[in-house]
Design a protein around this ligand. Sequence first.
Ligand code: NAP
Length: 311
Amino acid sequence: MSNKTRLGKSDLWVNPIGLGANAVGGHNLYPNLDEEAGKEVVRTAVANGLNFIDTAFIYGPKRSEELIGEVLKEIGKRDELVIATKGAHKFNEQGDVSIDNSPAFLRDSVESSLKRLQTDYIDLFYIHFPDDSTPKDEAVGELKKLKDEGKIRAIGVSNFSIDQLKEANKDGHVDVLQSHYNLFKRDAEQDLLPYTAEQNISFIPYFPLASGLLAGKYNSETRFNDLRAQDPLFAGEAFQHNLEKVEKLRPIARAKGVEIAHIVLAWYLTRDSIDAIIPGAKRSDQVLDNLKTLDVQLTPQEIEQINHIFV
Ligand code: NAP
């Protein structure tokens, strides 16, 4: 087991390589997911020292939390694991979804996630998306109460702008920010990353592999039948251009005897306030593969070279 790293100022210590579990039961995100394969991904992760698992109410919806709950019950080891989940999506009777950050809804969300995860506490609970009306410090204030009650151990927010994050963190209670960030999408470097570094908030990037594009395994013939079919990164000329950039990483990976994905994941861990990453995995071999990242040491020159390719 690798050395664990602390998430910001929280009491949570994690393997810097976590498991993004939106493909575990995330039937509303990926077609034809096999639930048993998803549970096996979680078992493989835990058996190999990944102790940080990232899920959300909306993955499924509910199903990702439920499957993780089943595996947690089966394997025990609860105190060795750091389970992160998220809430804010609200379905009405017609099945329409909206975002709700009201204290009452967040409290209900925590209670129902606890049941699905079959656990007494959630290590890290995030407000998944900001709503338009709830003051963010009030929303986080409710999570602080839940923390004081022992129902959650740390407070996260996700998809917040810098202003929303500052408002949420007025009383200094935010432990983790989860935001879209990868080598193709670096706007967080302008404002969010400097703020999280200054405030000792852990920044967890999501889509670290740009949904697989940064793993270096696609070529111009690759076609997609899931959400990637609508993603501009995967469309037309931009896709070709992006593939060329990714190919520029191959010599660095080859010289170290690893794959491009490992170089990319290792690069994030060199950034200030990025304490851990949560690459998604659909199969157990991807979990094992992503762990090889921990063996990669990038030199300052390589870090800069990668920076330059994706500027
Ligand atoms: P990602 O990590 O950028 O990409 C994951 C995909 O890359 C996998 O599904 C797999 O796709 C491929 N892959 C993974 N490991 C690989 C390897 N070693 N070699 C080659 N390919 C590999 O994207 P993501 O899974 O969507 O995001 C990561 C996590 O972030 C999610 O699981 C979720 O927990 C979280 N997330 C949060 C939010 C939010 O709003 N807070 C939004 C999105 C995601 P294929 O096998 O199909 O190629």
